[in-house]
Design a protein around this ligand. Structure first.
Ligand code: ADP
Ligand code: MG
Length: 300
């Protein structure tokens, strides 16, 4: 058992961390989730989300964590407008969301590229820029392909790309439409550990170059702490939102942050929160090896 680590208080945080949190709080609110409820199957149906409220500020990267089945995808699909809430509401720049819109871009876990289109064709697909000719659209697509580090692959087809590259194309395609907010549902979940780490670095680099706000779903605590400005912890059994945590780490994030006591303390706090709503009755005993917590082995 690792020693108990306290999250640093505001006064204990470095000046750069405090300045970052302060700047975040000054930015305008882009997305408001207000007392959101989602029940599937009508009256008496399954309650997937209940009383979830939080807000996201411009250029923030928010991670949403929680165990499998706790409603993470339901939340992001509702923000995307693919599901209608059964209670509460979602506001984007102060306007209530009804259905999908170009100001919200989506990246899913599974690859959603069109196999018959090249990388450039995929990024150009659905590019919403009125009054521009094909040459300009192509230029714009190439610019985004460059931003995600894939210049040189514009004429490749998806099946000629690795999983990580495909997800970078998906990110370029979503960003090319200049969404106000990028919604990502476990986008790196299908990648191997090494590629996943590299993709996290790419995403942070992209976010530092582009004015975009990100809601990123993951069940990987390391990923959440490494990426996020703040982390929303959703409860297990259709319970209410548990807590929103500010990540007390500076930017830019580097691999050294993984060893920072504040990183470990944040992760420990998240583990406690996720455990607290959990019943172990029907779970098999999971053998735990040295240096590995039980949570690393269980999908939650
Ligand atoms: P997560 O992404 O956190 O794993 P989901 O949002 O996918 O969770 O699902 C939350 C719960 O809602 C699950 O119990 C799931 O079975 C249920 N659910 C999801 N989509 C539907 C649907 N279209 N109809 C009925 N139940 C659903
Ligand atoms: Mg999901």
């Amino acid at each position: 058992m690792s020693p108990h680590l306290e999250l640093p208080s505001y006064r204990q945080m470095g000046l750069d961390v405090r300045a970052r949190l302060y700047r975040n709080r000054q930015r305008p609110v882009v997305l408001e989730v207000e007392r959101l409820e989602k029940r599937y199957g009508g009256e008496g149906g399954f309650l997937a989300l209940q009383d979830v409220s939080f807000e996201v500020r411009q250029r923030e990267l928010i991670c949403v964590i929680g165990r499998s089945g706790c409603g993470k995808s339901t939340l992001i699909r509702t923000i995307a407008g693919l599901e209608a809430p059964t209670g509460g509401r979602i506001l984007l720049d102060g306007r209530e969301v009804h259905g999908p819109g170009p100001e919200r871009g989506m990246v899913f876990q599974t690859y959603t590229l069109f196999p018959w289109l090249t990388v450039k064709g995929n990024v150009m697909f659905g590019l919403r820029m009125s009054g521009h000719g094909r040459a300009e659209l192509e230029q714009e697509a190439l610019r985004w392909i460059d931003i995600v580090g894939l210049s040189g692959f514009a004429d490749h087809y998806p099946d000629q790309l690795s999983g990580g590259m495909k997800q970078r194309v998906a990110i370029a395609r979503a960003l090319a439409n200049r969404p106000r907010i990028l919604l990502m549902d476990e986008p790196f979940g299908a990648l191997d550990a090494q590629t996943r780490t590299r993709m996290q670095g790419y995403l942070l680099q992209i976010c530092s170059k582009v004015d975009v706000t990100v809601v990123f779903i993951t069940h990987d605590l390391d990923e959440a702490v490494f990426l996020a400005d703040r982390i929303v912890v959703l409860d297990g059994q259709a319970g209410p939102l548990q807590e929103v945590i500010e990540v007390p780490l500076s930017r830019p994030r580097t691999p050294e942050h993984l060893l920072d006591p504040a990183f470990l303390a944040t992760k420990q706090r998240l583990e406690t929160l996720i455990h607290s709503g959990e019943t172990h009755d029907d779970e098999p005993d999971v053998p735990v090896r040295d240096g590995e917590t039980a949570l690393d082995r269980i999908e939650f």
